[in-house]
Write a protein that binds this ligand. Structure first.
Ligand code: ATP
Ligand code: MG
Length: 284
């Protein structure tokens, strides 16, 4: 059975997608059967794992996306076809990563996913239900979430065993955390039969000054908030490096990205090891 992990933070631009893509690549490189799911109408994860041309072609050819998981049927594609029931396997792009060794699978997103937000009734469990049909085919499923709370957040909670919280050490990050804590508590209160744990907070130093005094102050505040809820903090932060953006542009795992510094990948790999330990995923 796959371990399902969602990357969530109500604060935008903290590094959720960057980390989701790199964790999916890292798991794939280790030989774990991995599925990445883009649950954000911005579709940044899809654009990071597919080439821009592949992604544009996918949309142009009206190929299915995560939207169909919430609509529960495939739209008619031409004069002679009619809408038909959903099969999650048809939505999954096999070997989506475009670096040569990739075996990574992807369920892509598109802007129309925001339509789901306008008519959300009864859709919260559809992702979990669809995933349960392929749970035996994967060891790890990584879900990249949008920065606002909506039906999509609930869908991620229902589908997940763990939540990973990327935090950018800055003033506004501290404000977002209590919102997330409340959202998770409300979900747990209403769905006490569903096992959902925070696997930890990972500091993503995605701006240069987040390592200065402002960053240190913010880290203190986040640690205080985390200890209130008993949330783990990952020991190795994800440091600032332009290689993360470059990796998205090149569609590569960090360590295959051109001119990446050894210390950047070494640190990231330390975090990856801690992450796998936290979610009890190992090669037997
Ligand atoms: N460790 C890092 N070092 C430098 N830049 C980073 C790092 N992580 C992320 N970034 C950059 O920060 C920006 C925001 O990252 P990303 O898109 O992953 O955030 P997000 O939380 O997914 O945003 P959104 O809330 O809009 O979905 C991007 O430009 C990305 O390249
Ligand atoms: Mg994102």
């Amino acid at each position: 059975m796959a371990v399902v992990v969602s990357l969530i933070n109500m604060k935008g631009g903290v590094g959720k997608t960057t980390l989701a893509a790199q964790l999916a690549h890292a798991a794939d490189k280790k030989g774990f059967r991995t599925l990445a799911i883009d649950l954000d109408p911005q579709a940044n994860l899809s654009q990071s794992l597919l080439t821009p041309e592949q992604y544009a072609k996918h949309l142009r050819n009206k190929k299915p996306t995560i939207v169909q998981i919430f609509d529960q049927y495939f739209p008619s594609t031409g004069e002679y076809t009619s809408p038909r029931p959903l099969d999650i396997k048809e939505i999954t792009i096999k070997k989506a990563g475009y670096w040569s060794g990739s075996k990574l699978d992807l369920i892509p997103s598109r802007l129309e996913l925001s339509r789901t937000l306008k008519n959300p009734t009864g859709k919260e469990r559809r992702l979990a239900k669809a995933l349960s049909r392929v749970a035996d085919e994967y060891e790890l499923v990584i879900i990249d979430c949008a920065p606002t709370e909506s039906i999509l957040t609930d869908a991620a909670y229902f589908a997940s065993r763990y939540i990973l919280i990327p935090v950018k050490p800055e003033f506004l990050a501290t404000i977002g955390l209590p919102l997330l804590a409340r959202s998770i508590q409300e979900f747990e209160f209403e769905n006490s039969d569903h096992e959902l744990d925070i696997c930890g907070i990972i500091f993503v130093h995605s701006s240069k000054y987040s390592e200065g005094p402002e960053g240190r102050q913010s880290i203190k505040e986040v640690k205080a908030e985390a200890s209130k809820h008993g949330w783990h903090i990952f020991q190795t932060p994800v440091r600032y490096s332009a290689s993360y953006a470059k990796a998205a542009r090149e569609g590569t795992p960090l360590e295959n990205t051109s001119n990446v510094h050894y210390y950047v990948t070494a640190e990231f790999n330390k975090f990856v090891e801690e992450f796998f330990t936290r979610i009890s995923l190992s090669k037997s």
